[in-house]
Design a binder for this molecule. Structure first.
Ligand code: AMP
Length: 577
């Protein structure tokens, strides 16, 4: 298939998923059959049946030693028939320990192709004119890459994309689809970068039709930065002069050329909008042509939906892609779907993907091919890619929501193993998100506060153990006095408990084996500190996902130091009849 982007390609892909998947597996096995890893199981064969019979389904930790050997200087063919030219670093906020994944730079072209394909699907639905007179205000960042002991670069998947020759020479570049020049994305100092993204976006406010970032959290962060910097940004626009602290020369020069001299009229308009005491609708007020916000909003990102809706007067939020450092899996073919209904269609030409039913009970033969998944069932994807992962579990749980031709699409349910439990109950990520949706409704109806971050943990240091939620709250209006109403917060605790499953409620209300749920309200900025903590451990903002549950005692300490007040559920949740 050619890499020029055409929606017809998508039809071809989803109409021939089975054949394409078989061809991809054949190609991967032919390329990798003689690696040290596969040789043990396949003895040089590239036969699909033998692969299914002999190659074990593994977790990352099983292949970590092989990957680390290559990172430490052994030849690529320990795991990969083709050369490994770099490593991708995963965020490490979901599973705890960071992972690196082998990659070949040729893959970047494929990543670019898929992102362009997904943008095309979305642009078509919204007629956004990006690349004509419309532009995307994108909040994208890179950070200085590190290297393995053998000298190979390690970066996030998107950083490797933005730093690639493919991105530098991309066909859409001549249309300047972003308000920011590439030098702003490539600026290694994230503070300078976010400031300049905002400056470019504000000075071209009449062109912005899309607000875009990887994850919802990154958009919320950008608005937080705007709240800090708006006066300075206006003064830059008024004078046509970029602040002195923007010292990255390439970034500075490229932004200066966008400002094109003093613009006091524009500065006045922006100043007026930002001076409102409430920032409700700030995105649509500052960028009135914006048609949608494009960022991942599924999984743990759902917690940012109310905040983004508040800032944008409920602009559509389009969650376009689902992917990871292991592989870019799928795109959202129905960009108009509501965040809670988003599904991703797996593209069959990237990797070979199998699906292990969540209820497999140790029966690995229940694993199925992409086209054999069943509607409504829950699965964990298992990846075999071109660069050294063979039947590797990725730790996400997906539910089949339908099919385009015979290519399935999936709802992102959450990470596996992210559960709260203090007794025998298992509260899943999905339970947590549903419960949070109910509790924030109580908050919204009874106060002028909004939730800007949450996480939780199971406190088993006392008996009975209980669930602890950390909530960061913010007044919707700057004139509003930040007051915590004990009754409302106790009701929020109750709303959470009431939403958990029957076993939780029985253990809590009848058996007394779970204690009253607690909400600890933390100071503003706490979740930024939490992010900084994870970033100091090697994560990066564009792939950062606030963990729904915290297990690390260091991360818990970051939160504990900022607790303002504690609230408990005051009554037992109802039992099922
Ligand atoms: P990383 O490898 O650090 O980039 O993280 C990849 C993980 O991010 C995936 O395995 C998912 O758990 C999560 N993720 C990626 N895309 C989405 C999405 N669209 N919605 C929700 N979670 C996502």
């Amino acid at each position: 298939m050619s890499l020029s982007v055409d929606l017809k390609d998508l039809d071809v892909l989803i109409s021939n998923a089975k054949k394409i998947q078989d061809d991809v597996l054949k190609e991967i096995l032919t390329l990798n059959a003689n690696t040290e890893y596969l040789q043990r199981f396949l003895h040089g064969s590239s036969d699909k049946d033998l692969f299914k019979k002999n190659v074990p389904v593994v977790s990352y930790d099983d292949v970590r030693p092989y990957i680390e050997r290559v990172a430490n200087g052994e030849p690529s063919d320990v795991i990969s028939g083709g050369p490994i030219t770099r490593f991708l670093r995963s965020s490490g906020t979901t599973g705890g320990k960071q992972k690196i994944f082998p990659m070949n730079d040729k893959h970047i072209e494929m990543l670019g192709y898929l992102l362009a394909l997904s943008s095309l699907v979305t642009s078509k639905h919204f007629s956004d004119n990006v690349g004509e007179e419309g532009k995307k205000m994108g909040f994208h960042y890179i950070r200085t890459e590190s290297t393995t002991p053998s000298g190979l670069l390690v970066s996030t998947a998107l950083a490797s994309f933005f730093m690639s020759d493919y991105f530098k020479n991309r066909p859409s570049k001549c249309n300047s689809e972003y308000t920011s020049p590439d030098q702003v994305i490539l600026c290694p100092d994230i503070n300078q970068s976010v400031y300049c993204h905002l400056l470019c976006g504000l000075s071209q406010r009449d062109k912005v039709v899309v607000v875009n970032a990887t994850f919802a959290y990154v958009v919320v962060q950008a608005i937080n930065a705007l709240q800090i910097y708006w006066k300075e940004l206006c003064s830059n626009i008024r004078s046509g002069h970029v602040s002195e602290w923007i010292t990255d020369l390439e970034c500075r020069n490229s932004v200066s050329s966008i400002l094109r001299g003093p613009n006091p009229e524009l500065a006045d308009v922006i100043e007026q909008e930002c001076s409102h005491t409430s920032w409700e609708g700030i995105i649509t007020r500052l960028w009135p042509r914006a048609k949608y916000i494009q960022c991942a909003i599924t999984g743990q990102m759902t917690q940012y939906i109310p905040t983004l809706e508040f800032y944008s007067n409920k602009l559509p939020i389009v969650s376009s892609t689902y992917g990871s450092s292991e592989c870019l899996f799928g795109i959202n073919m129905d960009p108009l779907s509501k965040p809670q209904d988003v599904s991703y269609t797996f593209l069959p030409n990237i990797s070979y993907v199998e699906f292990l039913p969540v209820d497999h009970e140790g029966d690995m033969n229940s694993i199925v091919d992409l086209v054999d998944v069943k509607l409504g069932c829950y699965y964990e994807p298992v990846i075999t890619n071109y660069f050294g992962l063979h039947r590797c579990l990725i730790g996400d749980i997906l539910q089949v929501t339908g099919f385009y031709n015979n290519t399935p699409h999936f709802r992102f349910v959450g990470r596996k193993n992210v559960v709260l439990s203090v007794n025998v109950e298992t509260t899943t990520e999905e339970h947590l998100l549903k419960a949070m949706a109910r509790a924030t409704l109580v908050l919204d109806q009874s106060t002028n506060l909004m939730l800007t971050g949450f996480t939780c943990y199971a406190d088993i240091s006392t008996f009975p153990g209980h669930y602890v939620f950390y909530w960061e709250l913010k007044a919707k209006d700057v004139n509003y006095v930040f007051e915590l109403d004990e009754n409302v917060l106790a009701k929020c605790c109750y709303a959470l408990e009431e939403s958990f499953d029957a076993l939780y409620r029985k253990l809590r209300s009848k058996d007394g084996l779970i204690g009253a749920l607690e909400i600890r309200v933390v100071q503003q900025g706490t979740f930024d500190s939490l992010m900084e903590y994870f970033i100091s451990q090697g994560g990066f903002i564009t792939q950062y996902k606030t963990p729904l549950c915290i297990k690390s005692s260091e991360a818990l300490a970051v939160l504990e130091n900022k607790v303002l007040a504690r609230f408990y559920s005051k009554k037992n949740p109802a039992l099922d009849l």
